[in-house]
Design a protein around this ligand. Structure first.
Ligand SMILES: [Zn+2]
Length: 131
C-alpha cells in the first residue's frame, strides 16, 4: 500500500488488491517517450528526390514540434513536446496535425484531470480540453 495505508481503504479496494490487480501505469519500453534528446539525421539525397517528401522540421502540431528525421527508427520523425519529452511520430501524423497531439505523459495527465473533473462535477469533458 502507498501513502501510509497498511490496509485497503474500503471493500472494493480490498477485492481489487486481493486479486492482485494494479492500476500503476506500465510503460512499454519499445514505445516509451524519451527524456533525453533522440538522435536526428539530415534527409538523404534519395528522400529529397521523392515527389511526396516534405521537410517537416519546425512544423508545430498540438503540443509537439517536429525536429528532424530519426536516425535510429525507420520512417519516424523526432518531435519534442512542450513538457520537454521527445517522441517519435510518422510524417503522416505530422501532416495531419491533430490538435490533441502530445507525448504519453501529457496524455495521461490530461486523462487524470478529466477523470477528476468528472468525479467532482459529474460532467464529462474531453481529455483534450485539459491539454
Ligand atoms: Zn508532453
Amino acid at each position: 500500500m502507498k501513502n501510509g495505508h497498511d490496509r485497503p481503504v474500503n471493500s472494493v479496494a480490498a477485492r481489487v488488491v486481493s486479486r492482485g490487480e494494479s492500476f500503476d501505469y506500465h510503460v512499454d519500453e519499445k514505445h516509451a517517450d524519451s527524456e533525453l534528446p533522440l538522435s536526428i539525421r539530415p534527409p538523404t539525397d534519395l528522400e529529397l528526390c521523392l515527389p511526396g517528401f516534405l521537410n517537416l522540421a519546425g512544423v508545430k502540431f498540438g503540443r509537439l514540434i517536429a525536429l528532424g528525421i530519426s536516425a535510429e527508427t525507420k520512417a519516424r520523425w523526432v518531435c519534442k513536446c512542450v513538457c520537454g519529452y521527445y517522441v517519435l511520430r510518422t510524417a503522416k501524423a505530422i501532416k495531419a496535425g491533430a490538435k490533441g497531439s502530445c507525448c504519453n505523459r501529457c496524455k495521461l495527465l490530461a486523462n487524470a484531470k478529466s477523470a477528476e473533473y468528472f468525479r467532482r462535477t459529474g460532467k464529462r469533458v474531453n481529455s483534450e480540453d485539459f491539454l
